[in-house]
Design a binder for this molecule. Structure first.
Ligand SMILES: [Zn+2]
Ligand SMILES: [Zn+2]
Length: 247
């Protein structure tokens, strides 16, 4: 037994490690947060998703940046493209819940690893000028203690070495949670909820707009509207997980 193995054995005695998703004991593994099985089941989104709205597409359906797919054809979005890294289910859903609602802030490092490990990461991000997290209303941020999109943006920034604009796009309305709302209600809910303090900072910029979970795209579209009104050249939405929206 190598010295490091003794060290790990001793550490495990005091800090037993369990998989964050299935609670399996991790003491025999090199993994710290997820067991190898759960790690393998993370549902990474492949190329069969609409580039415009992020919806999962069947094998013979294609999408274009201009027209979108059958799900978003005719709908107006203010952003140019959407990239989602995973589906909001299984492991990703557990991790996001632990991080966001149970406030286990350390889970962000696992989520950041998921983001930067994926091939679509580099593909989408090269060429952007500035990273903009979807803002929380100040009271909500105060209550939660952090803005999840901001922490994800920091993880992206470490790889991308592009600046983050943290407080130029602001949420000025304390909107209610979108979870139980219809698409139309969501639209009314976020209408004029955002404001750009200094539009010249976004002028002619290619913006990467970062959020944790995407459902209808209404919130990121409203943010994008403000960014475009400020003169942004393009807005590329980047989300950790795409949730299915069925109503
Ligand atoms: Zn597991
Ligand atoms: Zn689409």
């Amino acid at each position: 037994m190598a010295l490091s193995d003794y060290f790990h054995a001793l550490l495990d005695l005091f800090y037993p490690r369990y998989c964050l998703h299935c609670n399996a004991h991790l003491n025999d593994s090199q993994e710290i947060y997820l067991c190898p099985y759960c790690k393998k089941t993370i549902s990474f989104i492949q190329n069969n998703h609409c580039v415009r709205c992020g919806t999962a597409l069947g094998p013979h359906i294609t999408s274009t940046t201009q027209e979108g797919c059958p799900a978003c054809k005719g709908k107006h979005f203010y952003f140019d493209t959407i990239t989602s890294i995973t589906c909001y289910d299984g492991v990703t859903k557990t991790l996001i819940h632990k991080f966001k609602y149970a406030k286990q802030k350390f889970v962000i490092s696992v989520l950041n690893n998921i983001v930067t490990r994926h091939a679509r990461f580099e593909e989408t991000l090269s060429g952007v000028d500035v990273i903009v997290p979807v803002p929380l209303f100040w009271l909500k941020k105060l209550h939660r203690g952090f803005n999840q999109s901001e922490l994800l943006s920091r993880g992206i920034q470490r790889h991308l070495l592009k600046p983050i604009s943290r407080d130029n796009l602001r949420r000025i309305k304390n909107t209610v949670s979108q979870t139980q709302l219809s698409r139309a209600q969501r639209q009314t809910n976020v209408h004029n909820a955002f404001f750009v303090k200094n539009p010249s900072l976004f002028k002619d910029k290619k913006i990467l707009l970062v959020d944790d979970v995407l459902t209808t795209g209404v919130t990121v579209s409203e943010c994008s509207k403000k960014l475009k009104e400020s003169g942004a050249e393009s807005v590329h939405v980047f989300v950790l997980a795409k949730a299915e929206y069925n109503t």
